[in-house]
Design a protein around this ligand. Structure first.
Ligand code: SF4
Length: 438
């Protein structure tokens, strides 16, 4: 039999792209293409791109440029998929005419055919096909480890002023529950213990009359799921029913990622987020009243156009008030094609940096305090790997995603869920010792 050419998939960006890349790899494996990690050695390189920030897209373009130089010296097929393939297709065609494949998620069922064609010298530059064909790929979770991401929807119907996702991923489409359940079953068969339901705005999931809280409740009841998470939630769509479902199902992690973006109503309005800080605060209070141990992580942008010192102070106050477990903090930078591009980006880079540093330093101190306060306590850990610093130790994550390194008793395996006594808390991790296997 003729040896098949090797394929490598390079992934940029978010968990949704990681999920899509697993699917692409699974489909190609089913067509007997060997998948390799080191893209420099591959015969076919597929780049799954991210266009959320201009900086990330520039990284993608620079990689394509470098690969096209290699393509001049040896046989190499280069394909580009993901967000850039949708929002920057014309740019890609104009500036990189030697690209062999441009594909979108709708093209996944045909990806093996595109690669075969490209190997024969035929280009596949594809229009967006709205056929919504669902692909379930048996092997896509084989290398997942302890945790698997499952997409429950694609696209987004919101129009946050700074965000390019609705243009990149299109309108919101919720996947069929049967397909979601099938993928979860495959993930569990591969040894996965934690399921992360993914969507740009999971709370607005709706398939016929099935809403997100109903779907979450059904998923939580599947045997074998030790931990269940979901990202991303939009505050305007969080319901009392969702809080109730989380309370009722102990395997849903007591740590919710709920992007606040700003603590100022004026800024939230310009961002077109559709809620006030007061509303956000009310959701937090409801969660805490129902589930006292619950914690939150968030996304925040500082230096959004026309953010005054007073607006920023409100955001800083929100950080102090809510005491987040983690913050994904960003300095605003303009993204072409968004509504915010038309606004005056009037906060100077120096001022953006100052605001960023104020929140970051405060948050670091708070996290260290929290980590130190765990010393002597027992936490539940999902074992994910060997520790990077010391291969004799294992590492894992607590329910609220804190990294824990710990000495094993020799009976613990990766993917196990164990109790660990915390011996020391550091700025970014915890150190502990095993107490018992669960
Ligand atoms: S909810 Fe807003 S920030 Fe999130 S993907 Fe949709 S438009 Fe972008």
């Amino acid at each position: 039999m003729l040896k098949k050419q090797t394929v490598s998939v390079v992934t940029f960006g978010c968990q949704m792209n990681e999920y899509d890349s697993s699917k692409i790899k699974g489909i190609l494996k089913n067509h007997n293409f060997p998948i390799i990690e080191d893209y420099k050695k591959a015969d076919v390189i597929l780049i799954n791109t991210c266009a959320v920030r201009e900086k990330s897209e520039h990284k993608v373009f620079s990689l394509i440029g470098r690969l096209l130089l290699i393509k001049k010296k040896r046989n190499l097929v280069i394909g580009v998929g993901g967000c850039s393939a949708e929002v920057s297709k014309d740019y890609l065609l104009k500036h990189f005419p030697a690209l062999d494949i441009i594909f979108t998620p709708e093209n996944y069922p045909k990806i093996a055919q595109f690669v075969e064609n490209a190997l024969k010298g035929q280009r596949s530059i594809h229009e967006i096909i709205e056929d919504n064909e669902e692909v379930v790929v048996e092997s896509m979770f084989e290398e997942c480890g302890a945790s698997a991401c499952i997409s429950i929807m694609k696209g987004c119907d919101n129009n946050c002023a700074y965000c390019i996702v609705p243009q990149a991923r299109g309108a919101e489409i919720s996947r069929r529950p049967e397909t979601i359940f099938k993928e979860i079953e495959l993930a569990l068969k591969s040894g996965v213990k934690e399921i992360i339901l993914l969507g740009q705005n999971v709370n607005s999931y709706q398939f016929k009359d099935i809403t997100f809280p109903q779907l979450l409740d059904e998923v939580a009841k599947i045997d074998g799921i030790k931990r269940l998470r979901f990202v991303t939630s939009h505050p305007k769509d969080v319901s009392d029913e969702l809080i109730h479902v989380i309370k009722q199902n102990r395997n849903i992690c007591r740590n919710i990622h709920l992007p606040v973006q700003s603590g100022s109503d004026a800024t939230l309005k310009r961002m077109n987020r559709g809620y006030t800080y007061g509303h956000y605060r009310e959701i937090i209070s409801k969660f805490k009243a129902a589930i006292p141990e619950i914690t939150f992580s968030t996304d925040m942008i500082v230096g959004f156009p026309q953010e005054t010192e007073e607006d920023f102070e409100k955001t800083f106050q929100a950080v102090k008030d809510i005491n987040f477990e983690g913050i994904y903090l960003f300095k605003y930078s303009v993204r072409q094609g968004t509504d915010a591009e038309k606004m005056d980006d009037d906060v100077t880079p120096k001022e953006k940096q100052r605001r960023f540093d104020l929140i970051l330093n405060y948050q670091r101190e708070m996290v260290l305090k929290k980590n130190k306060s765990l010393e002597g306590k027992i936490v539940n850990v999902l074992v994910t790997d060997f520790s990077k610093k010391d291969k004799h130790k294992l590492c894992g994550r607590t329910e609220n995603s804190k990294a824990v390194n710990f000495n094993s008793n020799g009976e613990v395996n990766i993917n196990d869920v164990v109790d660990v006594r915390i011996l020391a808390g550091f700025p970014n991790s915890l150190e502990g010792e095993i107490v018992k296997n669960n």
